[in-house]
Design a protein around this ligand. Structure first.
Ligand SMILES: *Cc1c(COP(=O)(O)O)cnc(C)c1O
Length: 378
């Protein structure tokens, strides 16, 4: 069986965990967390990076930090993971779902302006497959209407837009280090704070609403309850694991890109013969090969193809069930306009196995099984 994903480990994770063990510092914000923070700040150019338990936690922090309240509206795609919407629904806000672009499956920047109302507080672009949204347009709209931009860059670690790291372009950015992403710590994430004015409050919200971070830096002589907050920081064992991964983030990305480009070449003829469409990456976007997906032609039954792949021992998957059509999305969200691309493209998409260590042999097996599933002679 060729699995859909297999977490890659550098081998150094266990040594750093041993070091954290020997440090007798197991709670958060110890030396390994500090190393990860510095790495993220240097590699993304964000003002302040803060490790969290997950991208979900980072998005929840963002909603608290921007004081999102009941009645507020937040513009986002429906074609995304549930956490993008949940974080704001938890604050009583309404997700306003806008359609995606046909080429990148990212939020269609041309549809955002018409979805803005006096209640709109923020825009949440999701960088699908690690390919950037059209950030110049999105930031310009946000500035014109006084809105905040929170990048859901869960899939975007090591990707750039016009040379800038994803997550470092909006007011806030959220990363994921979940096992299924490129750079991992099991569960894990980071909040990138780009707006300098938000840094202090971000630290407070992350540390149970206290100014303990300032206390540890020696800036104040006792710490007290300052604001609402929660516990969003991971312990040092997680940070130690992540540190090993961050040190190899460039090699991981390089190896994933090799596999991605090999799929892209191998699937060209199936695109020419109109069985499928391959991913489209705009020229301004350097991506991180988070995902290789195909969009089957509308006349092909996806379930049949997935079943056939399974019979060939290939584990391929689809996602997402659009949020606007899910039970909670119907209850908590609002749709702006028609979500034709969201509905049509999400039903045609298949993700192929892509992980560091996938051999050329296995990859050949995936492509040949796909050809057979489509009834094409290989
Ligand atoms: C994975 C993912 C998340 C959630 O990340 P966690 O770290 O598991 O909380 C959120 N948004 C998108 C787009 C994702 O792909």
């Amino acid at each position: 069986m060729t699995p859909f994903n297999k977490p890659y480990m550098t081998g150094n994770e266990i040594f750093y965990i041993q070091e954290a063990h020997a440090n007798f510092k197991l709670s958060g914000d110890g030396p390994f967390t500090e190393r990860c923070h510095q790495w993220l700040e240097q590699h993304t150019g964000c003002n302040r990076a803060l490790l969290t338990h997950s991208c979900t936690a980072s998005l929840e922090m963002a909603a608290l930090l921007l004081d999102i309240r009941p009645g507020d509206e937040v513009i986002m795609p429906s074609y995304t993971f549930v956490s993008t919407a949940n974080a704001f629904v938890l604050r009583g806000a309404t997700p306003v779902f806008v359609d995606i672009r046909e080429d990148t499956l990212n939020l269609d920047e041309k549809l955002i302006e018409a979805a803005i109302t006096p209640r709109t507080k923020a825009i949440v672009p999701v960088h699908y497959a690690g390919v950037a949204c059209e950030m110049d347009s999105i930031v310009a709209i946000a500035e014109r209407y006084g809105l905040k931009v929170i990048e859901d860059a869960a899939q975007g670690v090591m990707s750039t837009y016009k040379g800038r790291a994803l997550g470092s372009i909006g007011d806030l950015g959220a990363y994921s280090f979940h096992e299924t992403k490129n750079v991992i710590s099991g569960e894990g994430g980071a909040l990138l704070v780009n707006d300098a004015e938000l840094v202090l409050n971000a630290e407070i919200i992350r540390e149970k609403g206290t100014n303990r971070s300032q206390f540890f830096r020696g800036e104040i002589d006792k710490y007290t309850w300052q604001n609402i907050g929660s516990s969003f920081l991971p312990g040092e064992l997680i940070a130690a694991f992540l540190w090993a991964q961050l040190q190899e983030a460039e090699q991981i990305t390089r190896q994933r890109l090799i596999i991605w480009h090999r799929y892209h070449e191998m699937l060209r003829s199936l695109e020419d013969e109109q069985y499928l469409r391959r991913p489209i990456v705009p020229a301004d976007c350097q991506h991180n090969a988070h995902m290789y997906y195909i969009l089957l032609s509308p006349n092909i039954d996806r379930q049949v193809v997935l079943d056939q792949l399974k019979q060939h021992e290939i584990s391929a998957v689809f996602h997402y069930v659009p949020l606007h059509s899910s039970p909670a999305g119907l209850r908590y969200g609002r749709v702006h306009g028609h979500l034709a691309n969201t509905e049509q493209l999400s039903e045609r998409l298949i993700r192929l196995p892509l992980w560091v260590g996938l051999t050329e042999n296995q990859q050949d097996g995936v492509v040949s099984a796909l050809r057979q599933s489509l009834g094409v002679a290989s």
